[in-house]
Design a protein around this ligand. Structure first.
Ligand code: SF4
Length: 426
């Protein structure tokens, strides 16, 4: 039977039966029965869920639409109302629940968060719209939408259901309906439908043979700086490292490689978890470029960053933010010492690290020596702006690179402490 036939049965009702019998299309009766008994799943994600709950309460009488039976199981639901912010942690569960719902099933995105991320769109943990993963049938705008707005959205869904044709709906097709692959939450959210592309984008591009001897985190800052300069936007694969880098060494390497370059990721096969071998890092391909970094290159980098010596006005540490171990090292070096008159000494760190350092008495030691520990700020404000025109010393090539004037000295933490006490650097 073609669609026209299906929708126009062509039977006349004899006059004597007209008040007792109706003839309609299969589509209409099928859709009417479905639209009047949509069972939403009983779950909510954030503030919008409160409005959803309110809609289900007696005042708004969801029973008028045959929708009052909120089901606690996806197996018995045919409507998923996404009411609230969808986080990257939550989306794998949401997709799993959606897959567990039997056909026919619908999705309603309730509120700004579900529709596009809402006020949290830029959050590192937020999915900017559930439609990135699920096929949304109706969007209800608002933050939060009122119960009336949700009801309006449900009426729109009913209208949509009314327009479906039994001949076209996906659940009566011969081909099996594909499940939506569950996104995988790792360091970020991976959409398994795009896994080939993701893998491709994570392929190493440059082989960096490290022949330099790396003693400490300062050497790793120089290495990061040199590598960033060599690879630019590439993905470096570093070989020749003799031991597992410490957390601080890795932090410094990551921060510095993004100063002269834009290194989105890197491999240290055997030490970082992503690839256990060089071949795996390059996914069997050949590197596009090969470089060697020697002690000489690090010395050269070090020289490039030094623009002066002699009297200093301030010392700036903690770019990137100091870890507790680094604050502890600084406090150990400053114990019993006093800053030179006219030298300001700053350490930038996070609020949590400062709290732990305070509890351990480290902040007290630093302050007693005349230093300051500041939290949750960029080095730029307290340092390069306030001391504009002065001579600064830092253990961070990144900090020195972004200075707004010529004079900066870069050296290890112990040298910075020594210079702060002496008031000058040799
Ligand atoms: S849209 Fe507004 S009310 Fe709804 S979950 Fe997001 S922030 Fe909360």
């Amino acid at each position: 039977m073609n669609e026209n036939e299906l929708n126009s049965p062509g039977y006349e009702i004899p006059p004597e039966m007209q008040s007792a019998v109706s003839i309609t299309t299969l589509d209409r009766i099928y859709n009417w029965s479905r639209r009047a008994s949509v069972w939403p799943m009983m779950f909510g994600l954030a503030c919008c869920a409160i409005e959803f709950i309110c809609t289900a309460a007696s005042r708004y009488d969801l029973a008028r639409f045959g929708m009052e039976v909120l089901r606690p199981s996806p197996r018995q639901s045919d409507l998923m109302i996404i009411s609230g912010t969808v986080t990257k942690k939550m989306i794998p569960t949401i997709v799993r629940l959606y897959n567990q719902m039997p056909e026919p099933k619908y999705v309603l995105a309730m509120g700004a968060c579900a529709a596009g991320g809402g006020p949290f769109k830029d959050g590192y943990n937020v999915v900017s719209g559930v439609d990135k993963f699920l096929p949304v049938d109706v969007y209800v705008p608002g933050c939060p939408p009122t119960p009336q707005a949700l009801l309006y959205g449900l009426i729109k869904l009913q209208e949509k259901i009314s327009q479906q044709s039994i001949k076209k709906v996906r659940w009566y097709r011969k081909e099996p309906i594909q499940e939506i692959p569950i996104p995988v939450l790792g360091p970020d959210l991976n959409d398994m439908r795009k896994i080939k592309l993701i893998k491709e984008n994570r392929k190493g591009t440059c082989l960096i043979d490290v022949k330099a001897s790396l003693k400490d985190e300062f050497d790793y800052t120089l290495l990061g700086y040199a590598v960033g300069k060599l690879v630019g936007y590439g993905i470096p694969v570093l070989t020749g490292l003799s031991r597992q880098p410490t957390t601080e060494e890795l932090i410094n390497f990551c921060a510095m490689s993004n100063v002269p370059g834009a290194v989105s990721m890197f491999y240290m096969p055997g030490f970082t978890v992503e690839a256990s071998s060089v071949e795996e890092a390059f996914q069997g391909d050949k590197p596009k470029d090969k470089f060697t970094v020697t002690d000489n290159d690090l010395k050269q980098t070090y020289k490039e960053l030094q623009t002066t010596s002699g009297k200093i006005d301030f010392v700036m540490l903690g770019c990137p933010h100091y870890t507790l171990k680094q604050v502890e090292e600084a406090a150990g070096l400053l114990k019993g010492k006093k800053m030179h008159k006219g030298v300001s000494f700053w350490i930038c760190t996070s609020a949590t690290t400062k709290l732990l350092a305070e509890r351990a008495g480290l902040v007290g030691t630093i302050e007693k020596a005349g230093g300051n520990v500041v939290v949750d700020t960029c080095i730029d404000e307290p340092c390069w702006v306030t001391y504009y025109g002065g001579v600064g010393m830092t253990d961070s090539p990144k900090c020195a690179y972004y200075r707004r004037f010529k004079e900066a000295i870069v050296s290890r933490l112990e040298d910075c402490v020594e210079a702060a006490v002496e008031g000058r650097w040799k």
